[in-house]
Design a protein around this ligand. Structure first.
Ligand code: ATP
Ligand code: MG
Length: 335
């Protein structure tokens, strides 16, 4: 007999409340979240546990957690159909992370490039949490028996270590965790800094001209795109080494759906001025509806709290099933 009620595959992804998301977060991850939210059983969340590796001011962390949550709803995620939650509201994340810490080798965690990059950025605070970050991320993913994780390319290595940890645990104790696959969108996979286009755009960058925040107004967006670093050739086409132009072409393509060929044709014989105006306008059009919906939601704290509670309850239900299974396998006494 045909089964029309076939269970949907599971998608999970989290974002840290370390600042307002950038155009990079949006095109690399968040836009895919929205695209996947209908066809999959989705868990999306605010990774506040992860964000304390850089010791934010407590009041800032609280405010940013609420803001990031509102932004997820502003994307159009349905908090009743999808599960939209705050990581620290689901204790199973930290509990499984401890268990998996004991099944992760020091050597393999030391190879993570994000750990190396972030230790260099914050040499005065290279804490054990920063080192164990990928294990907490593995717990986030494995708790939900996740099939796909929509991420930017910078997180691919963390997905590989997640698979290795899960595989090792399954090998020792029998099938416990599903092995997840990364879902990396094509053109938005890595949006680069507007000021140093060989580095990825990051919301924690100290130079605000380097990134576009998804809440920047039209005027600010136009200014930032106009001052983006390019080159002296004044010709719009893709080529290795033309990092600034390649990046703007990628952004334009993500916002308009146009291919590289179409973009090259459109700006044939025109300079960077026309090109940047078009890119800026496309970005403004893409982000405007998100910003308007965010401004509406952020003033309704009661609604946000209600949704957070529902999200925490739904996420805990699934997460605890996996946690109990893992605890039993390891040999913790059940009472
Ligand atoms: P931080 O600098 O605090 O690490 P971040 O901008 O890297 O901030 P994260 O919260 O670490 O943001 O990542 C959220 C999601 O956005 C992840 O899936 C990540 O892969 C994706 N992402 C981050 N930066 C980019 C980028 N420049 N281009 C495409 N995707 C990105
Ligand atoms: Mg990051």
């Amino acid at each position: 007999m045909e089964n029309n009620q076939e269970k949907k595959q599971t998608v999970l992804s989290l974002i840290q409340p370390t600042g307002t998301p950038t155009l990079g977060n949006y095109l690399g991850a968040l836009k895919n979240w929205k695209n996947m939210s209908d066809g999959y059983d989705c868990f999306f969340g605010v990774a506040d546990l992860h964000s304390i590796t850089v010791r934010p001011n407590p009041a800032d962390l609280r405010r940013r957690t609420t803001e990031m949550y509102a932004l997820l709803l502003a994307l159009g995620l349905d908090p009743h159909k999808n599960t939209v939650f705050v990581q620290s509201h689901v204790p199973a994340h930290a509990q499984l992370a401890w268990i998996l810490d004991c099944y992760t080798q020091f050597g393999e965690a030391s190879r993570m490039t994000q750990f190396k990059d972030k230790s260099e950025k914050h040499p005065d605070n290279v804490n054990v949490g920063l080192f164990a970050y990928p294990v907490l991320m593995a717990s986030d993913i494995l708790l939900y028996q996740t099939d796909f994780v929509p991420i930017g390319i910078d997180q691919k290595q963390h997905l590989e270590i997640t698979r290795n940890i899960a595989d090792r645990f399954n090998g020792l104790y029998g099938n416990t965790f599903k092995l997840p696959e990364p879902f990396i969108g094509k053109s938005g996979a890595k949006i680069m800094s507007l000021q140093e286009p060989t580095k990825k755009m990051s919301k924690s960058d100290t130079n605000p001209k380097a990134y576009i925040s998804v809440l920047d107004d039209d005027n600010t967006i136009m200014k930032k795109i106009k001052s983006a670093v390019t080159d002296s050739e004044a010709r719009v086409y893709r080529k290795d080494g033309k990092d600034g132009v390649n990046n703007l072409m990628g952004i334009y393509s993500c916002c308009t759906g146009k291919t590289d060929e179409e973009i090259e044709k459109e700006f044939d014989g025109k300079g960077y001025g026309d090109f940047k105006t078009a890119v800026g306008e496309a970005v403004c059009d893409e982000l405007r509806p998100l910003r308007e919906e965010y401004n509406r939601l952020i003033s309704d704290k009661a609604y946000l709290t209600e949704c957070m509670k529902e999200g925490a309850e739904k996420a805990s239900y699934t997460a605890e099933r996996t946690l109990r299974k893992a605890m039993k396998k390891v040999g913790f006494l059940q009472i």
